[in-house]
Design a protein around this ligand. Sequence first.
Ligand SMILES: Cc1cc2nc3c(=O)[nH]c(=O)nc-3n(C[C@H](O)[C@H](O)[C@H](O)COP(=O)(O)O)c2cc1C
Length: 197
Amino acid sequence: MKPKIIALLGSPRTGGNTATLLDQAIRGAEDAGCITEKVIVPQLNFRPCMEIFHCMENDTCAMKDDITPFYEKFKEMDGLIIATPVMTMGVPGALKSFMDRFQVFYMAKYWRHNSFISDDRAKMRKTLLISIGGMDIPDDFEGVRLTVHAFCEIIDCPYWGEVLQNNMDEINDITTRPEVMAEAYSKGLELGKHLMG
Ligand SMILES: Cc1cc2nc3c(=O)[nH]c(=O)nc-3n(C[C@H](O)[C@H](O)[C@H](O)COP(=O)(O)O)c2cc1C
C-alpha cells in the first residue's frame, strides 16, 4: 500500500504563497509515490478545545464536528506536511485550534501512557514544516516552530524537516523565488522517498 501523507494548509488564502509552496511539496511527495490528502484548515467547521476532558478517560473527543474524522486519519497516516504563514508570531488561529483538539492524542500518550501510535510506527512517521512570514526579523519562526514541535510529539509524527521563508512583505510573490519553490518540491520528494522506504 502506498504511504499516506496529510497536508495541512494553515492559510485561508487557497491560492496564496503558503498554498503555492504546499502544492510544490505535495507534487514532490506524489512523484515519490505517496498518496496525499490536502486539508484547508480554515474551511473546516469546528470549535476550539473546550476542556471538557472527556478525552482523559476516552479515545475520542466529546465534541462531534469536522475534526472528528481526523482522529482516525492521524492514526493511519504515514507522514504530515504543515504549511502555514506566521500570524502574530505564531501559528494562525484556525490551525492552532485544529492542533489543540489533538489533546485526545496527548491524553492517550501522556496521561494514560498508551499512545495510539506504536513506538515502531512513530519511528517511521515524519513531519515537514513549510512556513512563511511577512517580516524580516531573526526570530520570525520561533513561535511556529515551538508549536509544531510540540504537536509532532503529541501525535507521534516526529519533526523531520522545514522550508522557511521570511520577508514575504517585500518578496510578495513566492513564484519569484524559484529556489524556494524548488526546495519545497525537493523536501516533499525527499519526505515521500523516506516514507516509501
Ligand atoms: C493576521 C496576520 C498576522 C500576521 N502576523 C505576522 C507576524 O507576526 N510575523 C510575520 O512575519 N508575518 C506576519 N503576517 C504576514 C504573513 O505571514 C505573510 O503575509 C504571509 O506571506 C501570508 O501567507 P499567504 O500568502 O499564504 O496568505 C501576518 C499576516 C496576517 C494576515
